[in-house]
Design a binder for this molecule. Structure first.
Ligand code: PGA
Length: 255
């Protein structure tokens, strides 16, 4: 049984003070949803303060990125040790990091290994572009991103990994994939590749999320799919009512 997982990726939105206000608005209802894993990923500058607010609750905190080295001359980066001080989760390889900041499967692989070595739960993002999708390249891209991104990871750590399948054409566009199409990508390409790396038992334990224009009114379509275990939510995670609606849909899908 894979526990449903809903994470909010706030991207480059909210000062620390604004982040605390949003957490205050989310907290009462989000805190009651004990049957799902729920995680907030504010900007790095807000992590310390949000950590204080969430302390003692079961709502998880995640960073949106980190570097793979523990310390050193890496201006502007944050290390696994720094993330670990406040967070249990870290988003890695988001498509915006890949397209705008030059991240590759190789760098994602180093970061994923570093996250697991520091007992952080990596949320590893993968997904094809519109042109790759239209050229029939989805399978190749997805299989490569999973295989190269997760190279060298001990199968005993596999169950800690969370994968977010986010077709790039669906991110921030209001044009989500259909639940059925997303489910097929997981069933045909993602889960079999995970099975090839870690063995089929371990692959069954890995949560695979869908991301890309998830809203309160389409979330159930994804959560009802057998291979989709939750969502990574961007835009809709910035509005308390919308994110609570999505988290409630995830909790309801278990019943
Ligand atoms: P979106 O973003 O929900 O705004 O489409 C998803 C993401 O980038 O993780």
């Amino acid at each position: 049984m894979r526990i449903p997982f809903v994470a909010g990726n706030w991207k480059m939105h909210k000062t620390a003070a604004e982040a605390v206000s949003l957490v205050d608005a989310l907290f009462p209802q989000l805190n009651t949803l004990h049957t799902i894993e729920r995680v907030l990923c504010p900007p790095a500058t807000a992590l310390a303060q949000v950590h204080q607010v969430l302390k003692g609750s079961a709502i998880g905190l995640g960073a949106q990125n980190m570097y793979s080295e523990e310390a050193g001359a890496y201006t502007g980066e944050i290390s696994p040790l720094m993330v670990k001080e406040f967070c249990r989760y870290v988003i890695l390889g988001h498509s915006e990091r890949r397209t705008l900041f030059g991240e590759t499967d190789e760098s994602v692989n180093r970061k994923t290994n570093a996250a697991l070595a520091h007992d952080l739960i990596p949320i590893v993002c993968i997904g094809e572009t519109l042109s790759e999708n239209e050229a029939g390249q989805t399978a190749n891209v997805i299989i490569r991103q999973v295989a190269d991104g997760l190279k060298g990871i001990d199968a005993r750590l596999a169950s800690k990994i969370v994968i977010a399948y986010e077709p790039i054409w669906a991110i921030g566009t209001g044009k989500a994939a259909t639940g059925q199409d997303a489910n097929q990508v997981v069933a045909r390409y993602i889960r079999p590749t995970l099975a090839g790396i870690f063995g089929s038992g371990a692959a069954q334990d890995i949560r695979v999320l869908y991301g890309g224009s998830v809203k309160a009114d389409n979330a159930t379509e994804f959560f009802n799919q057998p291979e989709i275990d939750g969502a990574l939510v961007g835009g809709a995670s910035l509005k308390a009512a919308d994110f609570i609606g999505i988290a409630q849909a995830a909790a309801a899908s278990q019943q």
